[in-house]
Design a protein around this ligand. Structure first.
Ligand code: FAD
Length: 413
């Protein structure tokens, strides 16, 4: 036992959810050690791994408010009041997200948010991040965690916030011999970049999320504080019926130039080093994870993507993970079994809503029937302002449980 280090509360994964959890537990007086496999992003420039920026909305902002950080974080964001739709030819169209400018989602840098949460957690004096330390195995019965530095740590309570390929999930589900469903989308994504214009100006409307919907695929862009936009192409991984290209078919610079020229003509002049960036950036994959339970007895629990990775089309992956933390903190005793049982139906509901929203974004937003439905929705909202809230508003601008938002939206449909 001599090489077993002692720690009270251990978190595996110092991403967005793990860092907020560490800060929240520390504010309640707990001493926490966080094992993070990457280097300290405040000291070295490392790629955020995926999605340089994200949309944060009410659920995430509320969780930040619980630790007193909402105002500070909002200063790092750009409000996005709606979608700007870019058709292949013709006029751009604006579709508002909320009832007015008070309801918007906010674009934020993943790295800046993560760094702020880590620094605030350390400032409590109760959180220690151990970087470049990868969790390799968990013995749930002995309450021991082994890391790649050859050390085994004993814990009282273990939280797994180690993302969609979670080691903690693997251990909990092996023990429970229970259900897990990991389903990879047959689409991938690729990040591209629009540079700032002269004097750090924005080359597209600043306060919007831009979408180029093309039926079976799409391009989107979110603004950054420096005037640039992070652009993401969502495209089938392999050739697909009714889709003019796939990541597999775009092999040469000519393929890429031709595809973008035909499909996104107004974006091409803005995209910086399109073909170089296309071939040097990785193609990301997207997975939906549904599993139960999220806990092992009262000593281990997974949260965030580790428990419920979802596809990114409702902008709720991080938001739901941050909401996990704020809900867990509401229970003074933090009963892990009860939390897991209560929260799983909501995670499954947002997983469904996110998959549905992919079809809405890539296809429906450009169709007349969708626009008509939106018009009807607007009138219902104006006439019955306290009784009727659209699905988008329920998910993004309230904290109504996701399962209720899903149920209400099918009634509305
Ligand atoms: P992660 O962010 O994956 O963090 C896990 C951490 O654990 C990482 O730091 C990792 O290095 C560490 N780790 C992993 N394994 C180990 C190990 N064995 N030992 C130690 N450390 C480990 N969500 C939104 O709310 N809004 C959006 O607009 C949005 N856009 C997205 C766009 C794209 C393209 C993608 C892919 C996702 C998007 N998401 C969005 C989802 C969001 O990125 C995730 O839900 C969120 O990052 C989950 O946070 P997490 O802390 O649970 O996991």
């Amino acid at each position: 036992m001599s090489n077993v280090a002692k720690a009270e509360t251990v978190i595996v994964g110092g991403g967005l959810v793990g860092s907020l959890l560490a800060l929240s537990l520390a504010r309640k007086g707990e001493a926490v050690t966080v094992f993070e496999r990457r280097p300290d992003m405040r000291k070295t420039t490392i790629s955020a791994g995926r999605s340089i920026n994200l949309a944060i909305s009410e659920r995430g902002l509320h969780a930040l408010a619980q630790v007193g950080l909402q105002k500070e974080i909002l200063q790092l964001t750009i409000p996005m009041r709606g979608r700007v739709i870019h058709p292949k030819s013709g006029e751009l169209a604006f579709q508002r997200y909320g009832k007015d400018d008070s309801e918007c989602i906010h674009s934020i840098s993943r790295g800046e948010l993560n760094k702020t949460l880590m620094t605030e957690a350390e400032r409590t004096g109760r959180v220690r991040f151990q970087f470049e330390t990868k969790a390799e195995a968990v013995d749930l019965h002995r309450r021991e965690l082994s890391t790649n530095d050859g050390v085994t740590s004993r814990y009282e309570r273990l939280y797994g916030t180690d993302g969609s390929a979670s080691v903690v999930r693997e251990a909990i589900l092996r023990e429970a011999q229970s259900e897990v469903n990991e389903s990879f989308l047959d689409y991938g994504y690729k990040e591209l970049h629009i540079a700032p214009g002269p004097g750090a100006s924005f080359q597209l409307e600043k306060n919007a999320l831009h979408i180029w919907p093309r039926g079976t695929f799409m391009l989107i862009a979110l603004p950054n504080l420096d005037g640039s936009f992070t652009v993401t192409l969502f495209l089938p991984l392999e050739d697909k019926k009714d889709c003019p290209a796939s990541f597999a078919s775009l092999q040469t610079t000519v393929d890429v130039q031709r595809f973008f020229g035909e499909q996104f003509p107004d974006a091409v002049p803005l995209l910086e080093n399109l073909t170089d960036t296309f071939f040097s950036n990785p193609t990301g994959r997207m997975v939906t994870v549904r599993c139960r339970p999220w806990n092992f007895e009262e000593s281990a629990l997974m949260l965030g993507d580790a428990a419920h990775a979802i596809v990114p089309f409702f902008g709720q992956g991080m938001n739901s993970g941050l909401e996990d933390v704020s809900l867990l903190m509401q229970d003074p005793v933090r009963r892990l079994g009860a939390f897991s049982a209560h929260r799983i139906p909501d995670a499954n509901a947002i997983a469904d809503l996110a998959l549905d929203n992919f079809i809405e974004m890539r296809d429906k937003v450009g169709l007349p029937a969708f626009l008509l439905a939106k018009e009807v929705e607007k009138r219902l909202e104006a006439t019955f302002s306290s009784e009727y809230l659209s699905r988008y508003r329920l998910v993004s601008f309230t904290r109504v449980p996701y399962r209720v938002a899903l149920e209400v939206s099918s009634i509305q449909d």
